[in-house]
Design a protein around this ligand. Sequence first.
Ligand code: BYC
Length: 472
Amino acid sequence: MSEVDLTAKIPNNVNLHDDKKLQKALEQWQPKFLDWWLEMGPTDFKLDEIYLRTAVGVGQGGWANFGYVKMPDYRWGIFLAEPEPERKIHFGDRIGEPSWDVVPGEFRNALRRLIVTQADTEPASVEQQRLLGHTSPSLYDLRNLFQVNVEEGRHLWAMVYLLHRYFGADGRDEAEELLRRRSGNADNPRILQAFNKPARDWLAFFCFTAFTDRDGKYQLAALAESGFDPLARTTQFMLTEEAHHLSVGENGVGRVVERTAQLMKEGLDPRTVGAIPLDVVQRYVYEWSTASYDLFGGEDSSNAASYFAQGLKGRYREADGLYKDPKALEQVYATEVEDHGKLKTLEIPLRRAMNALLLDAYVADCKRIVDRWNRTLKKYELAAEIKLPSVRFNRQQGIHSGHNYDPDGQPIPREEFEKRIAGEWLPTQADYEYVKSCMVKVHEVGKIANWLAPPHQGINNQPFEFEYVKFH
Ligand code: BYC
């Protein structure tokens, strides 16, 4: 078991005090991180006490504390899951070789790039959400927003530790750059597209945490299979925190759907009472699910094939023995793409289809949450349903980009696509304005905005009527 040091300047379980040079470098990065947080993190609320969870170790069951914290005082730490003795690489060309504790020279660039791409999403998401505190629908939701934000900050720390510890001067430069790029900035944007989109209201935040954070779950799970052991161990622990973020999204959209369904059942038009109609929810779901499909990269990817061959990034739950061929050399991945207005089968050698496989696992999970929202609609005896779009719909990356499909994935003429995407399938300017008009700040204990149902459960066994935020 590694020792947990909670009193250090940077709480950690990686024996930071044994490596003075590394400790110093990270302690020099710490005030820069804090400056970034103060500039780009949640606006205001700096003096308010938030009922937050803080990671304090990696033991099963008891890994976090709950208590009131001012966000700038949050104890962002570095925690890796316990090492697995004698761990071996379990997929790709080097299967059976011992996993690496240091970066193999030949994979240095590839690994750095994977880590930087992962790292970049963490501050990006905080930047995307920085204004939302001003329109939070309840104290419970405000607290959840800030919980997600501080933990994305911790995930940045997790990646910056790897960069500093294993990538020397290059890694330190990358860590600086992570604090310089800005979500949505035309000159210095974040790396992946979905992280440059504004999360302009709480429906967008819930869709983001339902769909975009869920990409995080699948990418982290694929990296948790890595032959580079420190990456595997740090992503394993990040997944523990990620579960809450996903529930904020899944339950958040679910609560929007539930409130709208209640009102419709009462015979009310949601628009007349400041609630969100289901067609608007649907358009947001189309927007954020498809932006998140793009985060998997191309379905046919030589990058992904190399990452797999080299043992850097595996398939979802690779270590659980779900796959018959751990080298992925024997099979093909069959999919369908548009060709002259019809769907045609395309076969991709399995190794090159790693992103597509991960996307499939992700889509199955998304389908589960959408089915749950639809069960709520059914409970209220409504015929309407929320639809998860096909992976072919509205894509900017991969084999389907540049083709025109409807949300069911059927090829359609370009003119029809262009006409319907703007006014029917994706949110319109009027939708954004309407949703914005519903976003009223509710800061009284136990109260909630009219467009949202209360949660079925509070945080850490506290009731919904709990003072999750104490204003100064
Ligand atoms: N936007 O071979 P390709 C999370 C680039 S979320 C812009 O098709 P590859 C979180 C790609 O970089 C999880 N560019 O795909 C969630 C490449 O560029 P170059 C984040 C894109 O490389 C919420 C080119 O297109 N973690 O944690 O196999 C809140 C061809 O790429 C995009 C990771 O992503 C895009 N959407 O896969 C907080 C894991 N897609 O080489 C946090 C680490 C592709 O031509 N990253 N490109 O310059 C990876 O595993 C891979 O980089 C990707 C792309 C899966 C993203």
